[in-house]
Ligand binder design. Structure first.
Ligand SMILES: [Zn+2]
Length: 453
């Protein structure tokens, strides 16, 4: 619209100029080299304008001819780049579709057409991985390490490979380097925590966990559970290193972070008992029994009481069971203590309507034996062999079962993955398999030899 108005204004101006020249033709006389040219002023102006236009056209033509070779080369380069990006896009789509042959072909094409190693090397590595050629992928990822703009990508690729082949030493080295490059990366911090924990570097794992927490990369509840376990493990190490003050401080921290963590309560209670603080030690066990009753807690509780008299132990059992009276474990605890004290009626009262499990059957057998009914005792022992298994530590990631809690699963290596539960409640788990790495020494795991086991 604005251009149309401008054109009309120019047209009007030219018309006015033409009219003015028509009204004032004037006379121009030019003498040059013996020639005389006589004409009107309008014709002279017209002539000058025509010469200017012709000069402008010739100049443009000259410039165009001069620039032609460069332009042709640029156009060819642009077309090559376009084809390169097309190949790159097709390669990425092929990787996403899982088409290894196409991905590899397009990666090679893109590599030849583009001068963009950050893009084509990654595609080439992914295509090689898709093709199952881990060695070629590793070569590409390693080459990336030499380029500052691609170092992180290379590290990520190599780390993925190291984790896949379960090479913990390489994985830890790579993730530490990646963490120096991208300390705020969610993925890097989580992997760093995981690898430090798998390597048993509790303090470094704790530092990574704190970083993840500060950057809100982990749910608070999950982080608190991990922190409690890490504090417990550091307490055990401090105790082994002959530093009881630090061991006590860390055990208290572990119990404070997660009062349902059975091994932390056992460690803290044991250290307190060792210092003669028996009442406080009992309190620790009672707190945890209220949240997570466990045979190890009962054993630790007897340790805090140091009581030989069976009737006195029954009283203590009642105190502990009252902290979680609705749980079957409390009833088993009472039944076991009652059998020891010869209180058959109390024992039967607690056992009668409990689910038939191995522990319940064994206690029923002990009760019948106490009542001098050997036949019934034998029957209960037979039933115990085929009854529902009792709760045990179950790895929530791989289903590995173990009697003694461990920070790392001996089967999948995952950190803090054990839950206390009945194996029969987990689909696909039929027979117990015991594979664990005892990270807590035998002196620090209090065996579940309480009355209910
Ligand atoms: Zn596992």
């Amino acid at each position: 619209m604005i251009r149309a108005i401008g054109f009309l204004i120019v047209l009007a101006g030219l018309s006015a100029l033409s009219v003015w020249f028509a009204d004032n033709p004037g006379q121009v006389s030019l003498v040059w080299q013996g020639y005389v040219i006589e004409t009107s002023a309008a014709v002279l102006v017209m002539g000058i304008v025509m010469i200017a236009i012709a000069a402008a056209v010739l100049y443009r033509l000259w410039v165009a001819l001069k620039q032609a070779p460069g332009k042709i080369a640029r156009n060819r380069r642009d077309a090559k780049t376009r084809r390169g990006y097309q190949a790159l896009t097709r390669g990425i789509v092929a990787v996403a579709a899982g088409d290894a042959v196409e991905a590899k072909a397009q990666a090679g094409r893109a590599d030849g057409l583009l001068r963009e190693p950050p893009l084509t090397m990654l595609l080439s590595a992914q295509a090689a991985q898709l093709d199952g050629d881990e060695a070629a992928a590793e070569t590409f990822f390693t080459e990336m390490l030499d380029r500052p703009d691609m170092e992180f990508l290379g590290l990520r690729g190599l780390l993925g490979q190291a984790v896949k082949r379960n090479d913990q030493t390489a994985a830890l080295k790579l993730v530490r380097r990646a963490s120096r490059l991208q300390p705020k990366s969610d993925w890097v911090t989580r992997t760093l925590f995981d690898q430090e924990a798998r390597a048993g570097n509790w303090a470094k794992a704790d530092a990574a966990l704190n970083s993840a927490l500060a950057n809100k990369m982990l749910p608070e509840a999950e982080a608190v559970g991990h922190k409690a376990v890490l504090a417990l493990l550091q307490s055990v190490d401090a105790e082994k290193d002959g530093n009881p003050v630090e061991a006590m401080k860390l055990a208290k921290l572990a119990h404070g972070e997660d009062t349902s963590l059975v091994p932390a309560a056992c460690q803290y209670s044991r250290l307190l008992t060792g210092m003669g603080k028996r009442s406080k030690a009992s309190g620790v066990i009672e707190t945890t029994w209220a949240r997570q009753p466990h045979p190890d807690l009962a054993a630790a509780y007897w340790h805090t009481k140091d009581e030989e008299d069976a009737l006195a132990r029954m009283k203590h059992a009642e105190t502990l069971a009252a902290k979680n009276s609705g749980d079957d474990a409390s009833r088993l605890l009472l039944a076991g203590a009652a059998i020891e004290a010869g209180l058959w009626g109390v024992a039967r009262e607690n056992l009668d309507d409990l689910p038939v499990t191995q522990a319940q059957c064994r206690l029923m057998a002990a009760l019948c034996e106490g009542e001098k009914d050997d036949k019934a005792a034998h029957e209960w022992l037979v039933r115990a062999a085929i009854a529902e298994p009792d709760a045990t530590w179950v790895c929530s990631d791989c289903g590995n079962l173990t009697d003694a809690w461990s920070a790392l699963c001996g089967k999948c290596g995952n950190f803090n993955s054990f839950d206390w539960q009945r194996p029969s409640s987990i689909p696909g788990i039929a027979a117990p398999q015991h594979e664990t790495v005892p990270l807590l020494g035998a002196d620090t795991v209090i065996d579940g030899d309480g009355p209910e086991q």
